[in-house]
Design a protein. Structure first.
Length: 264
C-alpha cells in the first residue's frame, strides 16, 4: 500500500498479484518488471501453504500423515527435476508452491515427530541421521557441481536437489537448536541479540530489498555519496534492522497483541 501511494511502478503494475499473494505464479510464468518487490514471491508461497496445509492435517488419518508429507517432499523434487528436463526455467521450477513444498514439508514432518516423540523415536532418529550425513554432503555436492559444471545437465540436478539438500540439513540444525540446549547452534540462537534479530526477521526480509531504492534516493536528495562495497553493505544492514525494529514495535507487535483477546 505504501509503495503504491509512492507510485512505485513494479508494485502498481502488478497490484492484483501482490494483494492476492499470487505473484510467485506471475513472476514464474508471466513476463514483467517486479523491481525490488520480486522477493515477495516467497511470502506468497508461505501464505498458500497456510491455506491448504490445515486441510491435509484435518482430513488425513494421523497414522498416515508422515507418509503424506514424504510424498509431498518427493513430489516437489520430481516437479523440479521433471520440469527442468521439460524446459522450465529456474523461476518456473522453483517459485510455484509445488516447487517449494519439500522445504515446508521437512518442517511439518519434524513437527509431527515432535508431537509424539515416543511413537516416532526410530523415524525421528533416522531423519536426523539422514539430515546430517546425507543433507550436508548433498548440499556441498550440488553447489560444487553447479560451480564446476554449469551445463544444462548440471543445472537440472542443481535445480532438483539444492533446496532439498539445504532444507534437509536444516532439519538437523533446527532439531538440535530446539531440543538440545548444549548444542553449539542452539547456544548461538539463544543469545539475546540473535533472538531479537529473529523476532524482527520478517520485517528484515520484507523491507531489505525496497531499502536499496530508498537509500539511493535519500543519498541523491541529501547529496551524500554512499561508497559501494562493504560500506554500503553495512549501511544497508543497519538501515534494514532499524526499519524492521520500528516496524515490529509500531505495527507488528500491536497487531500480534490482538490475539490475546481471542480465547484458544
Amino acid at each position: 500500500l505504501v509503495f503504491s501511494i509512492l507510485g512505485y511502478a513494479p508494485v502498481l503494475d502488478h497490484w492484483g498479484w501482490h494483494v492476492t499473494y499470487t505473484s510467485n505464479f506471475s513472476q514464474a510464468f508471466i513476463e514483467g518488471d517486479y523491481g525490488h518487490s520480486r522477493h515477495l514471491w516467497s511470502l506468497c508461497v508461505e501464505e498458500q501453504f497456510y491455506l491448504f496445509w490445515p486441510f491435509i492435517v484435518i482430513f488425513t488419518p494421523r497414522r498416515h500423515l508422515p507418509r503424506v508429507i514424504v510424498c509431498l517432499i518427493l513430489g516437489a523434487v520430481l516437479y523440479r527435476f521433471g520440469g527442468s528436463l521439460a524446459g522450465l526455467d529456474w523461476k518456473q521450477a522453483t517459485r510455484p508452491l509445488l516447487g517449494c513444498v519439500d522445504s515446508l514439508g521437512f518442517g511439518a514432518l519434524l513437527a509431527v515427530y515432535w508431537c509424539d516423540p515416543d511413537k516416532y523415536a526410530k523415524q525421528s532418529a533416522l531423519l536426523l541421521r539422514l539430515s546430517l550425513w546425507l543433507g550436508l554432503p548433498l548440499l556441498v555436492g550440488t553447489q560444487t557441481l553447479y560451480a564446476l559444471s554449469p551445463s544444462p545437465r548440471g543445472l537440472t540436478v542443481y535445480v532438483a536437489l539444492v533446496d532439498l539438500s539445504s532444507s534437509l540439513f536444516f532439519v538437523y540444525l533446527l532439531h538440535n537448536a530446539a531440543m538440545n540446549k548444549q548444542h553449539l547452534f542452539g547456544r548461538l540462537l539463544a543469545l539475546s541479540p540473535v533472538r531479537y534479530v529473529g523476532k524482527i526477521s520478517y520485517g528484515i526480509y520484507l523491507y531489505h530489498f525496497f531499502l536499496i531504492d530508498v537509500l539511493w534516493s535519500l543519498s541523491t536528495r541529501l547529496n551524500v555519496q554512499i561508497p559501494t562495497g562493504w560500506p554500503y553493505f553495512l549501511v544497508h544492514v543497519a538501515a534494514t534492522i532499524l526499519v524492521a525494529a520500528v516496524s515490529w514495535h509500531v505495527i507488528e507487535k500491536p497487531i500480534n497483541n490482538l490475539k490475546n483477546r481471542i480465547p484458544y
